[in-house]
Ligand binder design. Structure first.
Ligand code: ADP
Length: 418
């Protein structure tokens, strides 16, 4: 770090910046630059220069507002601020001084006298404005600030509305495109399943059967991806159309255990249903709840090495049921535990997926758990995970909780009831 006197020049015109920078650097000053009001403030706060040359007509926050702000911040209050403006409007000088500037240099800059002017301000020269004029100028300054505040808020509101419309259009597009993808996929999947029926298989050579199995598996995987994308888009757009009915959560969990049994057996894992019966039914959407629980169970299988144990049970707590899925897998770091429910959040380096000889941790899009959270929250519930941390050697495991209220009534039904 040098001990040179530092000058910050806030100016949007690059030609002017270059000129002043050359003139003052040749006088031995260290120059800092910013091209608009906000970044000028930022540079001033970070670098605490010895003097600030501030052009008044700069983007996003004009020089008067920047000066007022600089003088209100403890860390920049004492830095002399010199306004630079083309003297087009009557009263520019008093306006600048009223807004907190310590001096004024008219533009165009006279390169011959600039070094002396700057040196004088650095030595302590301060300009002032008559009290009466100052009051008038301050009133005007306040009015302009309020004007620009209103304009900024209006612009922000309009920009925000536009973003919302774009978000909605994006979600609609994703939903539409996914439906278009799903239709032919269903056909591929349906026909390949048909071809795989025993009577059909009898009529074809074994290698054709094997190829068909690959086609079926691939199209099944693809439809799951498409489903996950649709679900996320629908949840994002708050268009999740739940069909509420009485659902026996234990029965649903049992059927999921049966559905995933072959997958877990393939990995030598034990998938166990513990305490799942005798609980009250809950008010919910069976299909979406099935998807949520499937995602959690398939993750448990995916992130537990071969031979591990996965258990499901329900606990009745107050007015809610806590559906627990516990695995003996690789676990999740504590500081990641909230983030895994975010969209596109994948902990593993995707390059590492499926590289172990067990083939576990197969890659994913990072959508599964965000769908789980969206669905559970749409049921007035919440979801969280407990794990001692991520450790692929000691396998601390993870315990996912899906807490679902028993008597949830969604807001739109509440309205209808009134
Ligand atoms: P995906 O499985 O498609 O990667 P998810 O949203 O389902 O996406 O999960 C996000 C991340 O959370 C996963 O990539 C994984 O790192 C972590 N995770 C989820 N479930 C488990 C689990 N049972 N054990 C360990 N890590 C898990």
């Amino acid at each position: 770090m040098s001990n040179k006197t530092t000058i910050l020049y806030v100016e949007d015109d690059p030609v002017n910046r270059l000129l002043v920078q050359r003139v003052l650097a040749s006088e031995g000053y260290q120059m800092l630059e910013a091209e608009d009001g906000l970044s000028g403030l930022e540079v001033a706060r970070q670098n605490h220069p010895d003097l600030i040359l501030l052009d008044v007509n700069i983007p996003n926050m004009n020089g008067y507002a920047v000066s007022t702000r600089l003088k209100s911040l403890p860390e920049t209050r004492d830095i002399p601020v010199i306004a630079l403006t083309a003297n087009v409007m009557e009263g520019d000088r008093s306006r600048a001084l009223a807004a907190g500037c310590d001096g004024y240099i008219p533009k165009p800059i006279d390169v011959d006298s600039l070094p002396q002017q700057v040196a004088a301000f650095l030595k302590g020269k301060r300009e002032s404005v008559e009290a009466v004029t100052k009051v008038q100028m301050l009133e005007e300054h306040t009015r302009r600030l309020v004007d620009s505040l209103e304009q900024t808020i209006t612009e922000l509101r309009d920009a925000n509305d536009k973003l919302r419309r774009m978000e909605k259009a994006k979600a609609d597009f994703i939903i539409l495109a996914s439906h278009e993808l799903r239709t032919p996929l269903t056909v591929v999947y349906g026909y390949s399943r048909l071809l795989l029926s025993p009577t059909m298989q009898e009529r074809m050579p074994p290698e054709v059967g094997m190829m068909l199995t690959k086609i079926t598996e691939a199209s099944d995987k693809l439809s799951n991806v498409v489903d996950a994308i649709v679900n996320v888009a629908v949840i994002d757009a708050k268009q999740l159309d739940l069909v509420f009915e009485q659902v026996d959560l234990g029965e649903l969990a049992l059927s999921i255990v049966e559905q995933f049994r072959p997958a877990s057996q393939e990995r030598g894992q034990q998938l166990q249903a513990l305490n799942l019966s005798g609980f009250p039914t809950i008010h919910g959407d069976r299909n979406y709840l099935r998807r949520a629980l499937s995602n959690v169970v398939s993750n448990a299988i995916k992130f537990t090495p071969d031979g591990g144990l996965i258990e499901l049970w329900i606990e009745h707590t107050g007015d809610a049921l806590d559906l627990v899925v516990r695995d003996t897998g690789i676990g999740i770091d504590r500081d990641q535990q909230d983030h895994i429910f975010d969209k596109f959040y994948v902990l593993e380096n995707t390059a590492l997926h499926s590289t172990s000889d067990t083939g576990f941790k197969g890659g994913g899009l990072g959508l599964g758990l965000s769908v789980v959270r969206g669905i559970v929250e749409a049921h007035g519930g919440k979801v969280f995970v407990e794990s001692k941390g991520h450790d692929e050697a000691n396998l601390p495991g993870s315990k996912f909780h899906l807490i679902l209220p028993i008597h949830y009534v969604p807001p739109d039904l509440r309205e209808k009831k009134k």
